[in-house]
Design a protein around this ligand. Sequence first.
Ligand SMILES: O=C(O)C1=C[C@@H](OP(=O)(O)O)[C@@H](O)[C@H](O)C1
Ligand SMILES: C=C(OP(=O)(O)O)C(=O)O
Length: 450
Amino acid sequence: MTLNPVSTPLWPAPYATGAVEATVQVPGSKSVTNRALVLAALAAEPGWLRRPLRSRDTVLMAEALRTLGVGIEETVSSDSAAPGSTLAKGGEAWRIIPSGLRGPATVDVGNAGTVMRFLPPLATLADGDIRFDGDPRSYERPLHGVIDALRALGARIDDDDRGSLPMTVHGTGSLDGGTVEIDASSSSQFVSALLLSAPRFNQGVEVRHIGPRLPSMPHIRMTVDMLRRVGAQVDEPESGGEPNVWRVTPGALLGRDLTVEPDLSNAQPFLAAALVTGGRVVVPDWPAHTTQPGDRLREIFTTMGGSCELTEAGLVFTGSGRVHGIDVDLGEVGELTPGIAAVAALADGESVLRGVAHLRLHETDRLAALTKEINELGGDVTETADGLRIRPRPLHGGVFHTYDDHRMATAGAILGLVVKGVEIENVATTAKTLPDFPDLWTGMLDGTGQ
Ligand SMILES: O=C(O)C1=C[C@@H](OP(=O)(O)O)[C@@H](O)[C@H](O)C1
Ligand SMILES: C=C(OP(=O)(O)O)C(=O)O
């Protein structure tokens, strides 16, 4: 793929003149918010979503569901935490009122993998035609697994034989469901998409992954866990089922009251700030148990030189002043790769990041983008067949292009903390999952003496 840097406003990445010391309240998880919206829309009764993430990806999901007839009422309450929750008080709560799904309608997926993959199965349950369109990049991201599977399960989809967007799902109000084989090696979201709507398919679903290694298993665990919490019956490999096979039984879903955890993958740049400056960052409300892949940062950033402790105040992450290289398979936690690559470029030794070939089909070709942008600041990164080899070298300032990728922008900001003169092109792209990023970042540095 050719990377075309575009010319948009530059954001001078703040330089930290000392060790970062801060507490950062990280907004809610994109993956939890968008799963919860889909499950609530399919439920048999209204539900609540507290402290949802409000970002481009989640607003696109909410807007799409509204277009299909679902009621989503937004309230700002003085106490949006569920009773008994340890989460700080205040924030938003969304009430989701399911109703018969209907077309004709057009869904804008933007460049949200969760919207473009999770909603076509739901659209088969709508009465009428649902057209899906999105950003130019959404046309290039893999969707064939969802389209082919839905056809095999009884849906009619018009995609002009492209296997990608734009496309129209001709909803008939129901889907047979049944057994389907898919190759989900390019995105775990194919599996999650089919499972999430399956309780409403006439026969439920049996999804069999056939093909090379499936990425992002924690995200599939999150899907299974959230389905079970709303009353669905799911059989899966990790509870004694057949490897690579998931089964969902048809049945009504409950309307729940769910409080969204902070987005642990979006906690990454803040933890990285402590790591690369030898400082200390506290992330309140870090869950003791979670399916979020970002929880792996505790182990990965400890190997890279920091230490962490889960306390009443949240996760306390402390840098040691040294950053070490790492040899790690990130296949399960691919979305952490850009931030780990940025830290690795500042380490005292070589890093090899493996198992993430599928990142070439994320928001941008992340392997090419990281290689090009870190090298343009003086780095030495090479692409391997399934990842990156990073040999740290002294870096210098320059423009860090982001290619409409939120995680490229936050990776550039990590570098800018310790490399003077880094300018991030289009930092606004962080709005995909973390709209307040520039303010959160400068707020973190207030008092650090930048
Ligand atoms: O299901 C989800 O919420 C996600 C699954 C992963 O997708 P892939 O399996 O396509 O990498 C991850 O990278 C993405 O950020 C979110
Ligand atoms: C890959 C990502 O997003 P998406 O949900 O669009 O796939 C990501 O957030 O890193």
